[in-house]
Design a protein around this ligand. Structure first.
Ligand SMILES: Cc1cc2nc3c(=O)[nH]c(=O)nc-3n(C[C@H](O)[C@H](O)[C@H](O)COP(=O)(O)OP(=O)(O)OC[C@H]3O[C@@H](n4cnc5c(N)ncnc54)[C@H](O)[C@@H]3O)c2cc1C
Length: 318
């Protein structure tokens, strides 16, 4: 990391606790951390890291991360490149913009298409990476273009090339770093949009009270079409919602609700919600998640996939 200090000087911070940069409030120190405040700066930092053979990770709001207790032996590049510009029905958004700021912007302009994503923490870049969604909407619905850095140059991908699927995009596979997004949105009644958004926010606040230390849903729901018929027979039809079996239902049926390990607690009302009581450790969350996902595998033959991204931790032994 010496070369980083030489190149970036005071911009680099050392031994920053990742627990301060994740909504779970878990994670040991990052060896070095630097902030990018524009897409150009982000590219510059990536070029420095790549040229110096320095492993790195780009993070946004840290709302979908489980970082190891021993920390991150990589350069953490925190994406603070924010800003939205609009022309006609098109909005160009820098990837470090808070998703909520984009939702609020779309509501203020009377654009429909993002109003149901209200309340999802994190950045727009993080949301596109995982194709975040809620209440029947996903971030990619009205997305037209993703400008990203492929490790050598800045390239532009269309929606088709970005291969969006349920909580998936090509960025999970190719490691391209998302810089800027172009959305095309449709006009609708601003009052109706705001009402819809406020209604959803009220529901979300019950599910996720302000200050709850968690990463949202831990496991992805399971696409019923991917489950073999014998396993599907074990699941009541009414539990399959929009073609998906909620991971929370599967975990609940193997006794996960309300379970605790160390200071990690599975919510008594939602078995797919793992909460840090304040002193929680990644090690305990990993064990608890693995234990109940193992029981789901044994009972149903279904292997749950974490929605949360692991940093410096092995995959769950499933
Ligand atoms: C209370 C709560 C509720 C939530 N509810 C929902 C929900 O309803 N629906 C939903 O889908 N999610 C939900 N989440 C999960 C999370 O908010 C989303 O996944 C969010 O989009 C992550 O964005 P982030 O900026 O925080 O990403 P981070 O957590 O910082 O990073 C997540 C991953 O994205 C990568 N990444 C981040 N930025 C970039 C970039 N610019 N280019 C390339 N890769 C990048 C990181 O390397 C990492 O692998 C919830 C989380 C919490 C805490």
């Amino acid at each position: 990391m010496l070369s980083l200090a030489t190149i970036l000087g005071e911009r680099v911070q050392y031994d920053v606790p990742m627990s301060e940069h994740t909504t779970l409030g878990i994670g040991g120190p990052s060896r070095a951390m630097v902030r990018a405040t524009t897409p150009e700066e982000l590219v510059e930092l990536l070029r420095v890291a790549i040229a110096g053979d320095i492993p790195y990770i780009v993070i946004g709001g840290g709302s979908n991360l489980l970082v190891a207790d021993r920390g991150v032996d990589r350069l953490v590049i925190k994406n603070d490149a924010t800003g939205i510009t609009a022309a006609g029905d098109t909005a160009v958004v820098r990837s470090g913009t808070r998703l909520q700021d984009l939702v609020d912007y779309s509501l203020a302009h009377g654009w429909q298409g993002l109003q149901r994503l209200t309340g999802i923490p994190g950045t727009v870049g993080g949301a596109v990476y995982g194709n975040a969604g809620a209440y029947g909407q996903v971030i990619s619905d009205w997305l037209e273009e993703v400008v990203c850095f492929d490790g050598r140059q800045v390239v532009s991908l269309g929606k088709g090339e970005s291969r969006f699927a349920y909580r998936h995009s090509t960025f999970k596979e190719n490691g391209f770093i998302i810089l800027e997004l172009r959305f095309r949105l449709q006009a609708a009644d601003p009052a109706a949009l705001t009402g819809e958004s406020q209604g959803i926010l009220a529901q979300r606040l019950v599910k996720y009270p302000v200050g709850l230390r968690c990463p949202g849903s831990f496991f992805k729901n399971v696409l019923a079409s991917t489950v073999n018929p014998e396993s599907l027979q074990l699941i009541p039809a009414e539990r399959v919602v929009y073609g998906k079996i909620p991971a929370g239902y599967l975990l609940e049926t193997v006794g996960a609700r309300g379970q605790t390990l160390g200071d990690i607690h599975i919510s008594p009302s939602n078995a797919n919600l793992f909460i840090n009581g304040g002193q929680g450790r990644a090690e305990h969350l990993w064990q608890l998640a693995g234990q109940f996902a193992g029981r789901v595998r044994d009972k149903y033959g279904i292997r749950l996939t974490p929605e949360v991204q692991f940093v410096n931790l092995p995959p769950l032994p499933l």
